[in-house]
Design a protein around this ligand. Sequence first.
Ligand code: LLP
Length: 437
Amino acid sequence: PLTAKVNSHGCLEIGGCDITTLVKQFGSPLYILDEETLRSACQQYRDAFKQYYQGESQVLYASKAWNCLAVCAIVADEGLGIDVVSGGELYTALSAGVSPEKIYLHGNNKCRSELILAIESGVTIVVDNWYELKTLVAIAEEQGENSFPLPIRIMLRLTPGIECHTHEYIRTGHLDSKFGFDPNDLDEVFTFVSKQSALNCAGLHAHIGSQIFERQPHQDLAAVMVQWLRDAAKYGLNVTELNVGGGLGIRYVESDDPPSIDEWVKAICEVVQTACAAENLPLPKLLSEPGRSLIATACVTAYTIGSSKVIPEIRTYIAVDGGMSDNPRPITYQSEYRAVVANKISASLTETVTIAGKHCESGDILIKNAQLPQTEPGDILVVMGTGAYNYSMASNYNRLPRPAAVVVSNGEANLILQRETYQDLIRQDCLPERLKK
Ligand code: LLP
């Protein structure tokens, strides 16, 4: 994080808060969100679009990376809109006070109640497939103007057929993706939509994947999307928005080398502008929806080190009090992370260790071959870059309560997620009468 530094006690400090003190106060594991870093990333996106794009633009935060009230509130305060992918994320964004005009609902299988919540709240629905398109028309016919104003504002998600180099699970743009309309159906889709008075097709959307380090795939995408925009006009559709999705990668470890936010935005804006000029099209409102690159580096997770196991000449395991339940990315995607010891930040790195979680599963390893100083139980291990897809993918595996999260800024720490308790864990459990003792 931007505000990380070593304080006079030789401990790591973020947002003016000593991490070891935060752990004493809030316990561990603890997600620590640096407000300044998050706000700065929002500003970098906003400023880059302002600088490189002559038309209107809107950055949306892909809240699947980390959706909770405080994160939605900070991001919205920076002027960003929010991309949500479920009724739960939508409900959270609305509850945080995000304006519905700046909320976009995604998903390849939104259920009826999610669609109705979206329509009634006045958010834009990013329609993924024929089933959803027809369901929306049916809902509009059934409910009519009595329940909500028509037309329903939608965008169409299309699969661009662009390959990019990233982990297989997080590629979405290739043609056999489960997401979006097949571009070969474009004629049929545009014809259908152009006849629906209940639908206002405001834009087109595509997303090609996540943790991408190259600029070319997004430039190719932008070029393809402008062609779609031109085609839409031929069907009399007044499509004025293009959403190029998210996907910019971040540096988790030294060897990761993503472009900067500025470079990424510039690359896309240039292509859209050039392609629109070539086609003689007015510039669309340009949207993008980054998740990871907005929030990943703004958060660290603090753990307390406990047991260790030395297997001579093979490996030393150091175990922490969390693991795959608060950060499922290493076990899911073999993702790499960096870690430091908050209370030994200036000590020399003498040990190569494997940092294990506490779950009953051998694969529950957070970092292989981490370079650390000599550690002992009670030391505070800090894993960097955990803002994206950590809390949002956290589970209660082995019935571990989910960690607390705090936001830090100017020496102040505020709780944004309470630590779950054992009572929380059994709150939704039901014990049928006949099983009660
Ligand atoms: N828009 C859409 C439609 C998406 O599906 C995604 C991510 C984003 C935007 C944001 O992408 P980002 O800027 O964060 O790369 N759980 C995986 C990542 C899954 C990404 C899913 N979609 C991980 O932990 O790496």
